[in-house]
Write a protein that binds this ligand. Structure first.
Ligand SMILES: Cc1ncc(COP(=O)(O)O)c(C=O)c1O
Length: 383
């Protein structure tokens, strides 16, 4: 057995979800919305199964989805992408990340990672033969610094794996951070694999800035998007990968031998969805923002220290003011004694664990959020 995977423990997400099921807790741990997702997009997928093509679609993705992706990101992010040579469809962002790492890393290459980070990153980097070098981000800003980047980059750096907006912190990197990182990538001749799956889930009028568009990054960025996140259909696993032709040729080779393709009905539905008018995307953001405000307001009223959430559908609480310094123990008590499942943010760190931050998912019905607040009120009363 390969030790990288066989040595992995059961993830905290599974532990918390199991505890939530066993205890009947309100589950704000797992990151998926209560809402079933846009009905017209789901209907397109259903219709395409009945009346569309159900055999292997093209390896790079349905032409209509690649064209829709180009038009979508031209409109929303000002990107000029050639649908034939610069866009590929994968089975979710996760396949795109795994494929990009396999395609770009030669064993022994160093990969710069920013912790806290999505749990799949480290095992995938290691399995591809990469050596992780961590930049540790800390609350409340979780921003970059020149000194931290200088410690992580070396002449062996080949790839940077960067997530913006960042899960689990619910923060967005500033333009200055993006340019600082771009500068390091250019100086070290590194490729930035940019996991931008949360690009549409941003609040308070902010707009996502893609790394691909920063000066000097057009030829050295792999942009990864996810229809699962764009349309709140997390089970769909349809990813869109964007990169300059030279990079794309190699990424396509990895994709060819991993999944080769992605269900054509879902691709057709995503192509339709990406063309929806602005009102849909603004409405989706407004709905999530309203849930965020409801939950954040309720937590603040209860005296919790809520960290800013400007993107993703997560919200973090600093538990240090409660006298708590062990987020894992806190979350275990929270689910078993108070009936609310959350995720300890230390689970997203590989080295420099921050142990006083707890993540909640607020993409839930009002009644679910209110039930969680009611139970958390019990915790504050007992304190
Ligand atoms: C940062 C990040 N990357 C990737 C993914 C997975 O995307 P997909 O479901 O399209 O594979 C997630 C899902 O939560 C995520 O938060």
């Amino acid at each position: 057995m390969n030790p990288i995977f066989s040595a992995l423990q059961t993830s905290v997400f599974e532990v918390m979800s199991r505890l939530a099921r066993e205890t009947g807790a309100v589950n704000l741990g797992q990151g998926f919305p209560d809402d079933p997702g846009p009905e017209d997009v789901r209907r397109r997928a259903a219709d395409a199964v009945i009346s569309g093509w159900n055999q292997y679609p093209p390896m790079m993705g349905l032409p209509e989805l690649r064209q829709a992706t180009a038009a979508h990101f031209k409109h929303w992010q000002g990107l000029d992408l050639d649908p034939d040579s610069e866009i590929m469809v994968t089975s979710g962002a996760t396949e795109a990340i795994a494929g990009a790492l396999m395609a770009l890393i030669t064993p022994g290459d160093e990969v710069v990672l920013f912790e806290p980070m999505y749990d799949a990153y480290v095992p995938l980097v290691r399995r591809a033969g990469g050596i992780p070098k961590f930049v540790t981000l800390t609350p409340p800003a979780f921003g970059l610094s020149e000194a931290a980047l200088a410690r992580a980059f070396s002449p062996k750096t080949r790839v940077v794996l960067f997530n913006n907006p960042l899960n689990p912190t619910a923060t967005i990197f500033s333009d200055a951070d993006l340019d600082l990182l771009a500068d390091f990538c250019i100086r070290h001749d590194a490729v930035a694999i940019c996991d931008e799956v949360w690009e549409h889930v941003v609040f308070d009028g902010s707009r996502h800035v893609p790394m691909l568009a920063r000066p000097g990054m057009r030829e050295r960025t792999v942009k990864i998007s996810s229809a699962g996140k764009i349309f709140s259909l997390t089970g769909w696993k349809v990813g869109m990968v964007m990169a300059a032709p030279e990079l794309m040729r190699v990424l396509a080779k990895a994709h060819q031998y991993i999944t080769f393709t992605t269900p054509p009905n879902l691709q057709a539905a995503v192509a339709y969805g990406l063309g929806k008018d602005e009102a849909y995307f603004e409405g989706m953001r407004a709905d999530f923002q309203r849930s965020r405000d409801r939950f954040a307001g309720g937590l603040k009223d209860l005296g919790f220290s809520v960290l800013p959430s400007v993107g993703t559908y997560f919200l973090n609480v600093d538990i240090a003011p409660l006298g708590e310094h062990n987020d894992i123990a806190f979350c275990q008590r929270l689910v078993t004694e108070n009936g609310v499942a959350a995720i300890p943010v230390s689970a997203f760190y590989a080295e420099g664990a921050v142990k006083n931050v707890v993540r909640f998912c607020f993409a839930k019905h009002d009644a679910t959020l209110d039930a969680a607040l009611e139970r958390l009120a019990g915790l504050r009363r007992a304190a």
